[in-house]
Design a protein around this ligand. Structure first.
Ligand code: PGA
Length: 262
């Protein structure tokens, strides 16, 4: 099962995960990070940026974003090309050519998924994949019903996801209908998964992902299939976990030889 870590604040989550990433990069300076967008991973990027200012060198780190909107020009400030450049590549001092985002241009979209998979394989796979979770249980843009074996492909966004993301646009109708996203199968190939979730609005999805049945109806439940998955949540997002006391206890008693990451 996933290791669940309950933290007191978003910034505490960011500090914890940034430390794990620093350890990874010390072992492997050209580590491959799987990059998430949205509000959730921001504390991690902020904490990493602080470490970079303090001397951490991430210039050889490579990255693969989870997803992109289809048909939104890369120059649009809410395209994930733009978001990743603004929130990750620039502040962390990554080499722009080493940071990849799926190609959401309509021309050639039929082969964009396969090209992205090839690029991930050519990089040797993702070492650590950051994940947020949608209120509908999605990871990446793998909406309910997504196959656990799926690879990078085009997915139609649910109305719920478009409403959740409307805050980044003028209104919900401006949110693209289609995305290109790493599949659940792609995500499961990463060597480590770190799923973060904050706020009461995520509590139901987190409980379903961690403790619910393995089902394509809750795409994030796929993390139960991964041997090295860690879930970092605040108290609010942890509120519906039935085994919360066990997770707290397990983390407090964590043996020093425990191979799980954080
Ligand atoms: P959020 O989105 O981080 O903006 O809440 C998470 C997601 O939809 O995966």
């Amino acid at each position: 099962m996933a290791e669940v870590i309950v933290v007191g604040s978003r910034s505490a989550a960011g500090a914890l995960v940034a430390e794990a990433i620093e350890r990874l990069v010390q072992q492997r300076p050209d580590a491959v990070l799987g990059l998430a967008t949205g509000d959730t991973p921001l504390p991690v990027y902020r904490a990493l940026a602080e470490r970079v200012r303090a001397g951490l060198d991430l210039s050889r780190v490579r990255g693969f974003a989870l997803d992109e909107y289809v048909g939104l020009p890369v120059t649009h400030p809410e395209s994930y090309h733009a978001v990743i450049a603004r929130q990750v590549t620039g502040p962390l001092g990554l080499e722009p050519a080493a940071v990849h985002v799926p190609d959401g241009r309509p021309l050639g979209i039929e082969t964009a998924g396969e090209r992205y998979e090839d690029a991930i394989l050519a990089a040797g796979g993702v070492d650590l994949q950051l994940l947020g979770i949608g209120t509908d249980g999605h990871i990446g843009f793998n909406e309910p019903g997504s196959s656990f074996a799926s690879l990078t492909r085009v997915k139609t966004l649910t109305r719920q996801t478009r409403e959740d993301n409307a805050r980044f646009f003028d209104d919900v109708e401006q949110v693209p209908v289609h995305s290109i996203t790493q599949g659940l199968g792609t995500i499961l190939r990463a060597r480590r998964l770190v799923l973060l979730a904050f706020g009461r609005g995520k509590a139901r999805a987190v409980a379903a992902a961690v403790e619910g049945p393995l089902t394509a109806s809750v795409p994030a439940s796929a993390i139960q299939l991964h041997p090295r998955a860690t879930v970092v949540v605040d108290e609010e997002a942890a509120a519906e976990l039935a085994e919360l006391e066990y997770y707290r206890d397990a983390f407090a008693q964590k043996p020093i030889w425990d191979p799980i990451i954080l």
